[in-house]
Write a protein that binds this ligand. Structure first.
Ligand code: SF4
Length: 423
């Protein structure tokens, strides 16, 4: 009962929050928070100490942070909320790494283990192209017996048939595995993949870039320094990447700040991040949670803080802050899109990683649904390319009529309860 009352109070507070203007919100905030936010609005870079203070706020201070981030988003990105029409292809769920936060991976002999053939993947890629997708997002588990040149061969097979398709594929963990399997140097290997058609890489496998936290999440995974080296090297050879952070598990706010600080430094050096995607931890089916080593995912307050703080902390250097609707659900995603975020991510068409772990929103969304949701908060939908080129801006409602209302009903269904955390 107490919990339900708290949720109702939170929602009332949030509804009130939407009606409040920036100046009023700043007036209501404490002096220190108001000072930090005002200086950020004047263009001063947020320090780690200031970010840590903001990471712990609530109430009127949080309202002021949200309003400030929304204003910074307006200045950086304008009124559009972008999305990409893409398809996720998870070629295998067999993995030897054993991350404690993963609900997706299976042993090679599990009943539901799979490894799709090139032909199956090509069929899905053709289908995606026919449905208007401009991007394929390809990731998978790490099976012990993976062919050394599997990633390259998959790129070549898809590009031979669909040369115009952007391939966004292979996390730094998979890149490290490819390097290990082939025995090639990192730079040389990345150039090989680029030559084969790799357009960009997902900045997943970052979780929290702190080796203490990483050891608890997954002792077999690449270390923070390896993730940084792979991403820097990729940027250096002209392969851009996204950046991510998994939060809501065993980490503390200081880890968010250190993690974002590392990303900001990389971005100053390379300019290779296209976006930042906070990934809330989906706890229910994970060993990490069941063994008592993690909290039960993020709270709404944390979701708002992380997205808003990212907008301020990156100060336009990483211009795009993406919501992960698969993990947050639509309602919280929309709230985060009014708290500094500007991108809805991809339609996905198929997202077997989250689906396998029971996520409510893991499968797909149509571009029309995205546009309805975006309009429901008074913003302008725009379809983009992977690299944030605008393909089409939907400034009128002429072709979609009542989508906003229907989409809002969808949004009211809540957030994902289970899922995975592979990103
Ligand atoms: S998160 Fe990725 S690397 Fe870790 S167990 Fe799951 S599939 Fe394997």
């Amino acid at each position: 009962m107490h919990e339900l009352m708290q949720i109702e109070m939170d929602r009332r507070e949030e509804r009130e929050m939407r009606g409040v203007g920036l100046e009023e919100a700043l007036r209501e905030a404490g002096k220190e928070v108001c000072g930090i936010l005002s200086r950020t609005l004047e263009g001063r870079e947020l320090s780690n100490e200031e970010a840590l203070l903001l990471a712990g706020i609530d109430g009127a201070d949080l309202m002021a942070l949200v309003k400030t981030a929304d204003e910074m988003r307006r200045r950086d990105c304008g009124p559009e909320i972008t999305y990409v029409v893409n398809r996720n292809l998870n070629f295998t769920n067999v993995c030897v790494v054993g991350c404690a936060f993963c609900g997706f991976s299976r042993g090679p002999h599990a009943k539901d283990a799979y490894f799709h053939s090139h032909e199956t993947l090509l069929g899905k890629a053709r289908e995606a192209m026919a449905l208007g997708a401009t991007e394929l997002c390809i990731q998978g588990g790490l099976p012990r017996d993976l062919d050394a040149f599997y990633y390259r061969d998959l790129l070549v097979a898809i590009k031979a048939e669909l040369p115009g398709m952007h391939i966004h594929a292979f996390s730094p963990m998979e890149i490290a595995y490819g390097v290990e399997k082939t025995g090639m140097g990192l730079r040389e290997y990345l150039l090989l993949l680029k030559e084969a058609g790799l357009g960009s890489i997902p900045g997943t496998a970052a979780e929290i870039l702190d080796d203490g936290v990483r050891r608890a999440l997954s002792p077999n995974k690449l270390q923070a320094s390896q993730w940084i080296e792979i991403v820097r090297t990729a940027h250096g050879v002209g392969i851009p990447s996204t950046s991510t952070m998994m939060y809501g598990h065993s980490e503390q706010p200081e880890h968010w700040v250190r993690h974002m600080s590392i990303l900001r430094e990389i971005q100053k050096e390379t300019g290779g991040f296209t976006e930042f995607v906070p990934l809330s931890f989906i706890h229910r089916k994970t060993l990490l949670y069941r063994s008592g080593h993690a909290r039960a995912g993020s709270t709404r307050r944390e979701d708002l803080i992380v997205h808003a703080l990212a907008r301020l902390f990156f100060g336009g250097r990483i211009r795009n802050i993406q919501v992960s609707w698969v993990k947050l659900g639509f309602e919280t995603s929309l709230e985060c899109l009014e708290a500094g975020a500007n991108d809805f991510g991809g339609t996905l068409m198929e997202e077997s990683i989250s689906k396998a772990a029971g996520a409510m929103y893991g499968e797909s969304v149509t571009a029309e649904q995205f546009r309805g949701l975006i309009r429901s908060i008074g913003r302008i939908p725009a379809e983009r390319t992977t690299g944030y080129g605008i393909r089409r801006r939907y400034s009128g409602e002429e072709e979609e009529g009542g989508e906003a209302g229907a989409a809002r009903e969808e949004a009211a269904k809540g957030r994902a309860l289970d899922g995975t955390n592979c990103g």
